[in-house]
Design a binder for this molecule. Sequence first.
Ligand code: HEC
Length: 190
Amino acid sequence: MSQTSAPASEVDEHASFIKTPQQLIVVVLLAFLVPIFGIALVLQMVVGGHHAEPESLSPEAVSARIQPVGRVEVVDANAPRVLRSGEEIVKITCSACHAAGVAGAPKIGDKAAWGQHAKEGLDHLLQSAIKGKGAMPPRGGLPDLSDLELARAIVYMANQSGMNLKEPAASADGTIASAAAAKPEGKKRK
Ligand code: HEC
């Protein structure tokens, strides 16, 4: 009898490591929790995956990466646009020449040079900036600059150079409100 019962209990012990009700509860709980934890991890990877490098996956970054090497820019004068400040425009374009006074450009901060140019009035400065003057290309080489943006850039540079010009007011459509804006400056013409 003892010979048959002994191997039987051995077989039982090796068949399962669950011997007590507590162990069974632990195993059943783990059987639920482990897959749920795993699914949560995978979900987090899938849903939260794009947080890894948010900048590199933004629409702007992606379109910048896949944009063609050369492109033609069609400027639609009627398109709604975000107007940039004078300081911004000067930074991206005008300072290329006006920061160091390249090719005889009136240098930002050079009171005498700007005084010489500004005495003609903002309106006049704007007209020559629109058309281009001497070594300066039309609109400082940035054809999509609006007149208002150009005027703001001129006012910014002049005022950095000891002038006291006033930015022309913007009308609702983002253009210079009226000729009246430039008139006070225009009066200074001789
Ligand atoms: C490629 C170089 C260059 C860039 C870029 C440039 N300028 Fe000039 N700018 C010049 C030069 C050179 C002159 C002097 C022209 C002259 O008197 O012959 C000048 C003169 C001017 C004048 C005085 C015009 C006058 O009638 O007295 C204004 C105003 C002006 N620039 C505004 C701007 C603005 C605003 C920008 C940016 C949107 C800009 N410039 C970008 C080279 C540049």
